[in-house]
Design a protein around this ligand. Sequence first.
Ligand SMILES: [Zn+2]
Length: 439
Amino acid sequence: MKLEILLAFGFSLFVDSKPLSNIGGRKFNKLLLISFDGFRWNYDQDVDTPNLDKLVQEGVKAKYITPPMITMTSPSHFTTITGRWIEDHGVVHNMMFNSTTLLKLSHKATLKRSEWWDNGALPLWITAQNQGLKTASYFYPGGGVSYAGQSVNRSLVETFGHADDNETEWREKIDTVMGWYTKDDFDFVTLYYGEPDNVGHRVGPETPQRKKIIEQIDRTIGYLTESIQKNNLTDHLNVIITSDHGMTTIKKSPEVEEIKLSNYINFKNLSHFELLDYGGFGMLRPRKGKEQEVFDALKHAHPNLTVYKKEDIPEHFHIAKNSRIQDLVLIGDLGFNLNSRYIFYVNKGDHSFSNQEMDMKVIFRAFGPDFKKNVLAEPFDSVSIYPLMCKLLGVKPAPNNGSLSDTEVMLVNDIGGNAGRMQMSISLFATTILILAVI
Ligand SMILES: [Zn+2]
């Protein structure tokens, strides 16, 4: 009788455990990070988005998250994937530049230039690979270069002229990524979409076209959740959906007096190098000996323009320590583009304004086996996505500026625990057998 009870006890411990993942041999689940460029935090509030709404019930929503101070595509995406502030990772602008040689390269031209991205901060792909994981990047900014000589295991880089809004292609990307998990056993994939940023720039965020692209994104998320089920990944794949910055309507004359800096300074005589005409964040390196003159000319020039000397940039911007930040940093109030010599600016919407502006905040959704359901989380800084991803993947984080305390409320308690429970059950079962043998 005693023996039977012990045997039953031991066996029940064994069968009670969840099975080990049959995909790969790791005890941690896989992770997919999706970024929809320029998805403002409240874009789902004036459009019917049944699939995004469903994710709220089946996972976690943060009210919004705050990108780093320079709310541009490359700086912000790189903060997410490194967990570092901009001054620590060094990708301070979408454009690659050199204020001595006067080189300037467009965002797309930087995507394969390691010298722009590889400044000492290791992105998660590389750190995870160094710990035995397989990682991939599908169009995610920074995924197409190498870091300390190491490149991402598999990487696709967006080409010039790539159409951002092709729904069929959006689904094909999901099919491809699903294959990377199921056939090639990748652990971590980053997937990037160029919308709704493109539409937001072209026609502005408060337009029917922007609402239409959000509906398209919502259908794509529906396709994603179906694909996860079809590929038997529901219990094995965590998904984080977020973005890099929001979008705001650009203020134009005659409603406002637009900022045109040549009204206040003579560029030819005073400026050695400038990065302007790119939304609300700009930098200027005055000619030698002209630093104070330029600063004095600009500091009260326009009521919606703030100018900082590099040494006076507030610490909480987390940008000043980097050598790529120029002598003067110019910041336009929300909606004020920083025009240099002419106003040739045609975008109806833009970003790169202060991350404290609500229009610059972005979405955050997450679901999967390690996330609780039906959680509405408080806002946090996007720099904290990194330690969350490390926790989910079981990766020892590189030094970073994020905090797990911002996100751990979202998580179930036993991440990586399935295999741990299994091992314990096996050892208990063995102990039971041993006891039986002794008896
Ligand atoms: Zn962007």
